[in-house]
Design a protein around this ligand. Structure first.
Ligand code: GLA
Length: 736
C-alpha cells in the first residue's frame, strides 16, 4: 500500500521517500514530513512546533490556545483568510467583494490508479508495472460554499508525487478566484538553496543557485507561455547538496502558460515551496455549480543529491508524461532546412537537400517555415495554412512523395497560434487576433497572437492543418510559437471572463494538440517556441520532443543542455548539427564535436549537407550509425552530469549509463585550451564496481578493460592531447 491512513495521519510512501500529513482536531491539513522513507507506523507530527508567537493570529476555535496558528504551522494548502501571512495557494473573493476563506477537512478517499484532469495535460500510470495510488482530500468552506479537492498521486517506483487542485462552487453566488496554486510544500528546518533555470532566446535554462533568505523568491512567467526567461521547474536543496550528496526537492509544472513558483523561508525555519498559475492578470469567475481544475505539479525528493532527483524526473517524464509511439522508441534522424535555406527555397532545392541527406543516412526531411501563403519573409502569411504550390512547384502531397521516394519520411512546420496582419486570415477575421481596444497592438517578430481562447479560432486552424496533413504523407510536425503574448483581449470574452483569457488560451492550445494527436496517432509532433521558450511538461504530454534552443552552436549548447538536464530527459531535447561558422555565434567547431553534442538529444541536422567536403560527409554517415548504436543508452539510460560547464571552463563531460549497468557512453568536449596543461582524469558514475568493462569505442583507449570500481574510483586517464573544441566519446560494455 502506497497510501496508509492511520487515525488522523495519512502517509504516502514510494521506494525511497515518504510524505505525511496530519488532519488536526480543528480540521486543518498540516504537513508533517517529506523525506527518506519511514515506516507506515511512524508518526512525524512530533516535529510540528506549537509555540505562542507574537502577531501570529489564532483561529477562533483555538480558544485560549495561542500556540495554534496557521501563520506558523506547516500546511498542505495555505489559504488567504486563515491568518497565514506567508505565501498562500488560494485567494477567493465572494460576490460582495469580500476576500476570505476558511478551508477545513471534510473527507478523504484513497483509490488505485491515477487521477486525470479534464482538458489539461496530466501524468498517467504507465501500465501494470507502474503502481500508483491516489489520495483525494476534500476541504470545505461552509460560508463560501466551496469545496476544494486536493489530489495526490504517488508513483511508488519512481519516487514521484503529483498534485492537483479542484475547486467547486456549491453555493448560489458567483465567486472570483484571484489566486490558485497547485502545490505547497513546507520544509521544516535546515539551510537551503534555490536552483532555478533562467534564460533568454538562444540561452535557455541556465542554472542559477542562490541561498534562500527571508525574502520571497519568485520564479515566474507572465509572457503567456512558460518562456525562455524562466522555467517551471525549480529545486530546493540543502546548502551543501551537490550532484551525489544531500537532500533535494524538485517541483515541475505540467502547464505551458503563465506560472509562478514561489519560495519563502519564514521566521521559524520553515521553507515554503509553492507552484501554480501566475496570479498576475488572473481572475477566475466561478459561477454556481462550476468546477475549476488547476494544473498538475510534479514533486520528487532525493536524499542522494541532484543527480538522483534528475533521474526521478527523467524517468517520470519519459514514461508517465510523454505519450505516443515515439515516447521510448528511437526517432528518425532528421534534417531540417531552416538554417540551410531560411525562406529561400523552391521544390527543387528542397528535393536536392533531401536526396543528399538520404544518401548519407538521414531518415526524415522536415520542411520548415516558408512553404505556405505568400510567406517569403517573416512579416507575412502566418495563418494562411495553404500550400504555396507555385514556390514548391508541386503540391505538398507530391513533395512528400518525392522525399519518400528518396527514402525519407517527411515532416512539416506550422505555427498554429500565430497570425500576421498581412495575411488573408487577418483580413477575413481581424478580431481573431489578440488586440487591446483603442490601442495599437504590441507586435513580436511582426506578428500577432491568435485568440485561442475562442473555440471557433482553434476549429479553423485545425481544419486548415488537417486539409494539408490529410493529403500528404506527413509523419512529423514541428509546432512553433514565436512571440510572447502582450495584448490580452478577446473580442468575445465577457467583462467577467477577461481575467481568464490567458488560461483559456492555453486550454485552446492543448485542445488543438490533443485533436492532432488523436487524429494522427502515428505522427509525432516536436514542440518549439523560438527554440526552447515553451519547454515544459505541459507541452511534453503532446510533443515528446521540443526544440531546445535556436542556438545551435555546439559549445553554447553545452551549457543549455546541461541546465536543461536537471529537470528534463535527453529524449525530449531536440538537438541538431548545424553549419560552421555557426549562424548564431560565428564559432568554428568540427563536425565531430557538433555531432557529439547534438547526439545527446533527439538527433538531427540543420544545414545543407551537400556543401560538406567528402571527409565530412563520411563522418555524417558514421555519426548516424554511431547514434543508432548508442541511442538507447542516450535516451533510456541514466544521465550523469560529470562537470558543470559554467564553473569548469576547461572541459565539459557527461555520461549515460544503461539501467542494467551493462554499458555506458562518456562524452567530453574540450572547451578551453591552455599552455602546458595537465591531462584529464575522468571518473565514471553509476557503474557496477564488480563488473569488468571493455572500451569498445574510445579513441586510443579502445580494447582496454577496466573494472567498474577502477572506472568510478580513479576514472579514465585521457593521455592524449585535445585541442580547443575537440570532442570525444568513450563507449564501454560489460565483459560477460
Ligand atoms: C523559430 C524556430 C526555428 C525556425 C524559425 C522559422 O525561430 O525556433 O527553428 O523554425 O522559427 O521561422
Amino acid at each position: 500500500m502506497a497510501i496508509v491512513n492511520n487515525k488522523n495521519l495519512i502517509t504516502l510512501s514510494s521506494k525511497n521517500s515518504s510524505y505525511q500529513m496530519l488532519i488536526s482536531p480543528m480540521g486543518h491539513v498540516l504537513h508533517t514530513y517529506y523525506g527518506s522513507r519511514i515506516a507506515d507506523s511512524d508518526d512525524m507530527s512530533y516535529s510540528i512546533a506549537y509555540v505562542d508567537r507574537g502577531n501570529s493570529g489564532n483561529p477562533y476555535d483555538a480558544g485560549a490556545d495561542r500556540t495554534y496558528s496557521l501563520d506558523t504551522l506547516p500546511q498542505e494548502f495555505s489559504f488567504q483568510g486563515g491568518g497565514d501571512y506567508r505565501i498562500t495557494c488560494l485567494e477567493v473573493q465572494n460576490s460582495d467583494g469580500v476576500f476570505c476563506a476558511d478551508l477545513r477537512y471534510k473527507s478523504h478517499s484513497i483509490s488505485k490508479g491515477k487521477y486525470s484532469i479534464p482538458n489539461l495535460p496530466a501524468s498517467y500510470q504507465d501500465g501494470d508495472n507502474d503502481p500508483c495510488e491516489t489520495l483525494t482530500i476534500t476541504l470545505s468552506d461552509t460560508v463560501l460554499n466551496i469545496e476544494v479537492d486536493l489530489l495526490y498521486s504517488i508513483f511508488e517506483e519512481k519516487d514521484i508525487i503529483t498534485r492537483a487542485v479542484r475547486v467547486k462552487n456549491l453555493g448560489s453566488e458567483a465567486l472570483n478566484i484571484h489566486k490558485i496554486y497547485s502545490a505547497c510544500l513546507d520544509i521544516m528546518g535546515g539551510e537551503h538553496d534555490l536552483i532555478m533555470f533562467h534564460g533568454k532566446h538562444g540561452e535557455e535554462r541556465i542554472p542559477d543557485r542562490i541561498a534562500i533568505g527571508r525574502s520571497c523568491h519568485t520564479v515566474s512567467s507572465g509572457r503567456g507561455h512558460s518562456s525562455h526567461h524562466e522555467n517551471p521547474f525549480v529545486i530546493v536543496c540543502d546548502q551543501n547538496a551537490n550532484e551525489d550528496f544531500g537532500e533535494a526537492y524538485g517541483m515541475g509544472f505540467v502547464y505551458s502558460g503563465n506560472f509562478a513558483a514561489q519560495v519563502q523561508k519564514d521566521a521559524f525555519q520553515v521553507t515554503r515551496m509553492t507552484m501554480g498559475i501566475n496570479s498576475d492578470m488572473f481572475i477566475l469567475p466561478l459561477n454556481p455549480g462550476e468546477v475549476f481544475d488547476a494544473p498538475e505539479t510534479v514533486m520528487s525528493y532525493s536524499a542522494a543529491g541532484l543527480t538522483r532527483l534528475s533521474h526521478n524526473f527523467h524517468s517520470f517524464i519519459r514514461h508517465n508524461i510523454c505519450r505516443g509511439k515515439f515516447k521510448l522508441t528511437r526517432r528518425p534522424v532528421l534534417i531540417n532546412n531552416w538554417e540551410a535555406t531560411y525562406f529561400d527555397f523552391d521544390g527543387e532545392k528542397i528535393e536536392k537537400i533531401a536526396r543528399t541527406a538520404s544518401e548519407l543516412g538521414v531518415e526524415m526531411f522536415v520542411l520548415d517555415d516558408g512553404w505556405f501563403g505568400n510567406r517569403d519573409l517573416d512579416d507575412k502569411a502566418l495563418g494562411d495554412w495553404f500550400v504555396n504550390e507555385e514556390k514548391l512547384g508541386c503540391t505538398m502531397g507530391e513533395l512528400a512523395k518525392k522525399v519518400n521516394d528518396a527514402g525519407m519520411k517527411f515532416g512539416l512546420w506550422f505555427e498554429p497560434e500565430m497570425i500576421n496582419e498581412n495575411s488573408q486570415l487577418f483580413r477575413n477575421h481581424p478580431d481573431w487576433a489578440f488586440k487591446t481596444p483603442d490601442r495599437n497592438p504590441i507586435t513580436g517578430r511582426s506578428q500577432l497572437v491568435l485568440d485561442f481562447s475562442r473555440k471557433e479560432v482553434v476549429d479553423e486552424v485545425f481544419s486548415m492543418m488537417t486539409k494539408i496533413l490529410d493529403t500528404a504523407n506527413i509523419e512529423y510536425v514541428k509546432w512553433d510559437f514565436n512571440r510572447s503574448i502582450a495584448d490580452v483581449f478577446s473580442a468575445t470574452a465577457s467583462v467577467q471572463n477577461r481575467g481568464v483569457i490567458l488560461h483559456n488560451f492555453v486550454l485552446g492550445t492543448y485542445d488543438l494538440a490533443e485533436r492532432l494527436n488523436t487524429r494522427y496517432p502515428d505522427m509525432y509532433i516536436e514542440g518549439c517556441c523560438g527554440g526552447g521558450g515553451r519547454f515544459d511538461m505541459g507541452m511534453m504530454y503532446y510533443t515528446p520532443q521540443i526544440w531546445c534552443s535556436d542556438n545551435t552552436d555546439a559549445i553554447e549548447r553545452l551549457r543549455i543542455q546541461y541546465g536543461t538536464s536537471f529537470g528534463y530527459p535527453t529524449s525530449v531535447v531536440g538537438s541538431h548539427v548545424s553549419a560552421v561558422p555557426n549562424h548564431q555565434t560565428g564559432r568554428l567547431t568540427s563536425i565531430n564535436t557538433r555531432g557529439v553534442v547534438a547526439m545527446s538529444g533527439s538527433f538531427g541536422y540543420e544545414l545543407d549537407l551537400g556543401l560538406l567536403n567528402e571527409d565530412e560527409k563520411k563522418e555524417v554517415t558514421l555519426q548516424i550509425e554511431t547514434f543508432k548504436k548508442y541511442w538507447d543508452v542516450i535516451h533510456n539510460g541514466k544521465y550523469y552530469r560529470l562537470t558543470n560547464p559554467i564553473s569548469n571552463t576547461e572541459y565539459c563531460a557527461w555520461l549515460f549509463v544503461a539501467d542494467d549497468k551493462s554499458k555506458a557512453l562518456l562524452n567530453l568536449v574540450k572547451t578551453h585550451k591552455h599552455f602546458s596543461e595537465g591531462r584529464i582524469y575522468i571518473p565514471f558514475k553509476g557503474l557496477d564496481p564488480q563488473k569488468q568493462y571493455l572500451i569498445e569505442d574510445g579513441n586510443v583507449l579502445t580494447g582496454q578493460t577496466f573494472s567498474g570500481a577502477a572506472l568510478m574510483g580513479r576514472g579514465l586517464y585521457l593521455d592524449y592531447d585535445m585541442n580547443e573544441y575537440d570532442a570525444t566519446q568513450i563507449y564501454i560494455t560489460e565483459v560477460k
